[in-house]
Design a protein around this ligand. Sequence first.
Ligand code: FES
Length: 103
Amino acid sequence: GKQWIQAIRADSLPIDDATRIEHKGACIAIFNLGGKFYATAGVCTHAHAFLSEGYIDGQTIECPLHQGLFHIPTGTPLSPPVTERLKTYETKVSDGYVHILVE
Ligand code: FES
């Protein structure tokens, strides 16, 4: 079943910045877009690159390896070479922590 995990302190991630965590062997990227938190798969769907090291522009993340672009809130691939959707996770902030709903 799904469960909420306490991921990071909300005040540890500046606006328009990203970080990543490991959970049960899965890498999860966490983004702070204008004060709202989002979580997606941490590794690009094209090859092995950490999206938390990419370039955030508005609601998009540009992969640091081949510059593929994803829409962060939905995981939708927006420009080549990425074609496969990124997994996304629900988030909430409580008790000062960003929580992520994982399986
Ligand atoms: Fe992300 Fe190639 S690894 S675009």
